[in-house]
Design a protein around this ligand. Structure first.
Ligand SMILES: NC(=O)c1ccc[n+]([C@@H]2O[C@H](COP(=O)([O-])OP(=O)(O)OC[C@H]3O[C@@H](n4cnc5c(N)ncnc54)[C@H](OP(=O)(O)O)[C@@H]3O)[C@@H](O)[C@H]2O)c1
Length: 239
C-alpha cells in the first residue's frame, strides 16, 4: 500500500488532496498545525472507509525542529505533497522582516527542508514530491510581493530538486489559479471577486477536486519530473 503525506491536509485544498489520494488507494498522513479537530474528523472518516488508512501529525512548519521530528516519525512514504502555505497582502512599503520570515519560512523553507529530511525515505520507494505552487509565482499578484516571491521560490525548488534527486525521486508541481477564496485577513470584497472571475477564460473558479485530481495524475506518472502544471481555467491566457 502506498502512503502520502499532505502538509496542511486538514482542510480546504489539502483535505481534498487527502480524500482523493485515499479514494485511489493511498494511505494518508494528514499533517496539521492548528486544525486538530478538522484533522481528526478527516482521519476518522478515512479510517471508516478503510481501517488503519489514515493518521494525523502535528507540526509547526516554520520550525526546523518540528520538520525534523515530523520526518523522523515517518518510516515509509511514496508521495510528499507540500501544500501548507500562508497568503496575505504585503504592500512593499509596509513589509518588514517578521512578515518576510513568516511567509518565506512556511512557503519555501519548510518544503525545502521537509523534502531534504525525507529524501532517504522517498528514495527507498522511488517516491515523488508534489509542490502546490500558484500561478502568481510566475505572474505577480499586486500587493502580495512576499507571497509572489515565495511561490517563485518553490517553483524553482521544484525544478532544481527534480534535477538533484533524480533518478530515484520525481519532483513536480501544481499551480492553482483561483480555487477557494482566501479567508481572514486576505478576504476579498464581492467587487474584487467579480473582477478576478472576469479574467478567467473558463469564467469560474476551479474546485479543490481539480487540484487533487492533478496531484493524483502526477503521483501516477512515473516518466514526468520537473514539470509544473497550471490548473487555472485559462487565467494565465489573459493579462
Ligand atoms: N485557495 C486558492 O484558491 C489557491 C490559489 C492558488 C494557490 N493555492 C495554493 O494551494 C495550497 C492550498 O491552498 P489553501 O487555500 O487550501 O491553503 P490555506 O487554507 O491557506 O492553508 C493550508 C494550511 O496550511 C497550514 N499552515 C499554514 N502555515 C503553517 C505553518 N507555519 N506550519 C504548518 N502548517 C501551516 C494551515 O494548517 P492549520 O489549519 O492546521 O493551521 C492551513 O490549514 C497552498 O499552497 C496555496 O498557496 C491556493
Amino acid at each position: 500500500m502506498k502512503t502520502a503525506l499532505i502538509t496542511g491536509g486538514a482542510q480546504r485544498i489539502g483535505a481534498q488532496i487527502a480524500q482523493t489520494l485515499h479514494d485511489n488507494g493511498f494511505n494518508i498522513i494528514i499533517h496539521y498545525r492548528h486544525s486538530k479537530q478538522a484533522a481528526e474528523a478527516l482521519a476518522q472518516a478515512l479510517n471508516a472507509q478503510r481501517s488503519d488508512s489514515a493518521e494525523i501529525i502535528q507540526a509547526e512548519l516554520s520550525s526546523l525542529k518540528d520538520i525534523q521530528a515530523l520526518s523522523q516519525s515517518i518510516d515509509q512514504l511514496d508521495v510528499l505533497v507540500n501544500n501548507a502555505s500562508v497568503f496575505y497582502p504585503t504592500p512593499v512599503e509596509e513589509a518588514d522582516q517578521d512578515t518576510w520570515h513568516n511567509i518565506m519560512d512556511t512557503n519555501v523553507m519548510a518544503p525545502f527542508f521537509l523534502s531534504q529530511s525525507l529524501t532517504n525515505t522517498l528514495r527507498k520507494t522511488s517516491g515523488c514530491i508534489i509542490n502546490i505552487i500558484d500561478i502568481h509565482g510566475e505572474r505577480p499578484l499586486k500587493n502580495h510581493a512576499i507571497y509572489n516571491i515565495s511561490k517563485a521560490g518553490i517553483a524553482m525548488m521544484t525544478k532544481t530538486l527534480a534535477k538533484e534527486l533524480a533518478p530515484e525521486i520525481r519532483v513536480c508541481g501544481v499551480s492553482p489559479g483561483s480555487i477557494l477564496w482566501p479567508e481572514n485577513e486576505a478576504s476579498l470584497t464581492d467587487e474584487q471577486k467579480n473582477k478576478m472571475l472576469k479574467k478567467i477564460a473558463l469564467g469560474k473558479q476551479g474546485s479543490a477536486t481539480d487540484i487533487a485530481n492533478t496531484v493524483l495524475f502526477l503521483a501516477n506518472s512515473p516518466y514526468i519530473t520537473g514539470q509544473i502544471i497550471s490548473v487555472d481555467g485559462g487565467r494565465t491566457l489573459n493579462q
